[in-house]
Each structure stands twice: as C-alpha cells, then as structure tokens.
Ligand binder design. Structure first.
Ligand SMILES: Cc1ncc(COP(=O)(O)O)c(C=O)c1O
Length: 432
C-alpha cells in the first residue's frame, strides 16, 4: 500500500498560495484520485517517475506530451549541460539558434522560415496574428484546442474574462466534416483570415480531408494553419503534415520538440513568416534561450538517428490492440471506448446506467495508480518505454476494466470508490 503523505501535505500548502496547486490545469490534483496520486515528483529516469514519498510509477503522461525520448535522457542532458556551461541566454544570439532554425527548415514540411517562442499557445497566437496581417482580415475558423490566448479560448466553454468582441471573431468547425468549414467561411465572405485546426484528433483523418481543408481555406482567401503542438514530434517529426503528406501555409509546434525543455515555434511560408520583419509583433525576452534550443537540436538528432517514431508506433499498437481486447473481454464497451491512432491512443469514458463518466474514469484512475501506472485517458509514449512497461500498463487496465464491469453490474460504485474519491477535472478536454 503506497503512502502519499508528503504529496498530500504539499498540495495543502501550495493550494493556499497558488491556484489549483499546479501551474498546468491538467497537472492539478483535481485530475487525479484524491489523496492517492503522486502529486509531487522528486525525480524521474527514463519512463519512470519517483515521487516525494518514494513511490515509483511508470509514467504514460510524459508531462502531457513534451517527454518524447524519456526523462533524464543522456544525449539531451549532455547537449543541455554543455550549453548551460557556456551560458543560458545572452544579450545577442547563440549559434545554436541558427543551427536549429536550419534543421527545422529541413525537417518541417511547411517551413521556409521559423520563429521561436516558448509555449504552444505562443506559437498558435503568432500564426493567427501573422494570418490576420497577411490577409488584412480578422475572423478565425478553428477546430480543436489551441491554447490559452483570447482569440482561441474565447471560442470555448472556458471563456471567462475574454472580451465578447474577441470571442465573436473566432468560430469553430467540425472535424472530418468539410461542409461544416465551407458553411462557416461562406457565412462571412471575404472576412476569414485563418483556418486553424488540430490535424489529428480522435481516430485521425485522411490526406484528402486535410487537403480539402487547405483548399477550402484558400478558396475563401484564408491562410491554412495546422496546430501541430500535439501531433508534431509524436506521430512523426513533422507531425500530421509529414504523416499524411500535406503542407499547410503555416504550422505551430511545441510540446515534444525538445524532450521537456520549454520551446515552441511557428513555421511556414517565407512571405507570411517574414511579415515579422514588417511590423507584425512576435518577440519575447526568453524567445531565444540557448539551452532549450540545444535540447531541441539534440532531440531531433536522436529522433533522426534512432527509430524513435517507429518505437512509439510499435508500443502504441500494443496499447491500442491490448486495450481493445480487454474492453471486449470485460464487456465494458458502453462505458469505455478505445480511440486514437496508435502513437497517441487511449480511452474515453461514458455515462452508463446511473454511473457517470467521472465514476468510470475514477475507477480506471484508481486501478492504474494502484498498479504503479501514472496515466490520464490518452497515453504518451517515450523512447524509454519498453514492451514490458506496456504489459504492466495493460495488466493494470485489465484490473480497471474488471472493476468497471463490477460497477456496471451493481449500477453503483459502492465498495469500489470511497466517498468523494473522484477525479474532478478543471476543464473538460482530455477527459471526455
Ligand atoms: C493542440 C494544442 N495546441 C496548443 C496548445 C497550447 O500549448 P501550451 O499549453 O504549451 O501553451 C496545446 C496544449 O495542450 C494543444 O494541445
């Protein structure tokens, strides 16, 4: 029986001084089983994390995507330490910035030029500002989650604090439904600056659909942008653009590009990105820190030299097939659906009988943690995960689905979850 005494004490302390006791919503204690999760990590190695109470877990969250090679990964650490010893950031550029920009122009399909920023939200926002400047228009059509800035979060259910006028400029269209995009753009002819989308959602799409999105955007005079913050460096180095073989006008990347260092970038056509030289403001103090760039260069080198993406697809296929088999074996398909392309797959939860999806999610989370697996609904796989780690993940899922079956049969979580023991998300995405 694991103890989480120190983690729990730290949550109580931090809650008093920092909202949600976490800087990233999806890392908040509210996303995890109350009192029974490793909320404070002391250190990590490869695919494993070690919390402040001394518990060990195999981590299938990978920091919500950034860890693509593994924690404390020697080749990246070496590059970062070498740069750290030379200096973190300077009053002008470090040579690694030029080297990395050249490397990205080589590996990212749409990249004729790149601009570095820090978070995925910065990269999508830079793309939208550039598209607005390029077209002289203001409206945005979006499909997916694109970060915390007003233009995108304003169009979601989490839009408190965003001016109405800004909310109204962004409208959403449905994934894999080209008519939905066409209708949106046609409703305001000549007004849409950009069509931005997460190119891979749920079970993915086709090259034809993605090309149709680009063509439809162009037909209406809008710039086509792929938000590859999740898909980049996870399905393929170049993300969906590379995987499906389609090239948007611009694309935003972040998360997985530097194995955990904070770096993101917008890439695209020279005539659009170079507007930064003509009055489009994309600039920040920490935009060119040398250690994150050294980390990115080392990460990409490792991905090119070793079959990092092949590994993610191979282990992901084991997870995808293994989850499907176990859902079938326990007959829990009404409550648990398995989704995603193998390299980034997982489960989603549904209401069944009088159980709601959070009851089902909580039973899953409890069993995974009790079996030494740290995960959320969708898995992230790093190059440090092994087939044995995947077997342990699937054994844990087997226990979880058996308990979900019991709850469905009883139409109750009595005896399975204790009073109040529920995951309680901050916002709904990633859960359902
Ligand atoms: C598809 C997508 N775009 C953009 C973002 C925003 O990235 P960040 O949280 O690094 O600002 C996210 C974050 O989860 C994302 O999933």
């Amino acid at each position: 029986m694991r103890s989480f005494e120190k983690s729990n004490a730290l949550i109580e302390r931090e809650k008093k001084v920092a909202p949600l006791a976490a800087q990233t919503f999806s890392k908040s204690y509210r996303y995890f089983m109350p009192g029974a999760a490793p909320m404070f990590i002391d250190h990590a190695e490869g695919a494993r994390v070690y919390d402040v109470d001394g518990n060990e877990f195999i981590d299938f969250i990978c920091c919500l995507g950034p860890i693509t090679l593994g924690y404390n990964y020697p080749a990246v650490n070496k590059a970062v330490m070498e740069q750290l010893n030379k200096g973190i950031i300077f009053s002008t550029q470090a040579p690694v910035e030029c080297e990395l920009a050249e490397k990205l122009v080589e590996v990212i399909p749409c990249a004729e030029m790149v601009k570095f920023v820090k978070n995925g939200s910065d990269a999508t926002t830079a793309a939208i500002r550039l598209a607005r400047a390029y077209t002289g228009r203001e409206r945005v059509a979006m499909c997916g989650y694109h970060g915390m800035h007003d233009w995108s979060i304003g169009a979601s259910a989490n839009n408190k604090g965003v001016p109405k006028a800004v909310c109204e400029l962004t409208k959403t269209f449905k994934y894999n439904d080209i008519a939905s995009l066409e209708n949106l753009l046609a409703a305001h002819p000549g007004e849409y600056a950009a069509v931005i989308m997460e190119p891979i959602q749920s079970n993915g799409t086709t090259k034809e659909y993605l090309q149709a999105v680009i063509d439809t955007a162009h037909k209406h005079g809008a710039v086509a942008i792929f938000d590859e913050v999740v898909s980049g460096f996870r399905y393929a180095i170049g993300g969906a653009s590379e995987y499906y073989g389609v090239t948007p006008d611009m694309a935003s990347y972040g998360k997985g590009c530097a194995n955990g260092m904070s770096l993101s970038f917008v890439a695209g056509k020279r005539e659009i990105i170079s507007l930064i030289e003509q009055g489009v403001f994309v600039s920040m103090t920490f935009g060119g820190d040398a250690i994150s760039m050294a980390g990115a260069l080392a990460t990409i080198k490792e991905m090119q030299e070793k079959d990092v993406m092949g590994h993610a697809w191979k282990l992901g296929t084991m997870i995808l097939e293994g989850l499907k088999e176990r859902v079938e074996k326990h007959g829990v398909g009404a409550a648990v659906s398995v989704s995603g392309l193998a390299a980034h797959c997982g489960v989603a939860f549904d209401d069944v009988g009088s159980l709601n999806y959070l009851d089902i999610h909580s039973i899953y989370a409890k069993n995974m943690l009790e079996n030494g697996i740290l995960c959320q609904a969708i898995t992230n796989i790093s190059f440090s995960h092994t087939e044995d780690d995947v077997k342990k993940f699937l054994d844990a899922a087997d226990c979880a689905f058996a308990e979900i079956r019991k709850a469905i049969d009883k139409d109750s979580v009595d005896g399975i979850l204790s009073e109040g023991a529920r995951v309680n998300p901050v916002f709904k995405r990633n859960i359902k």
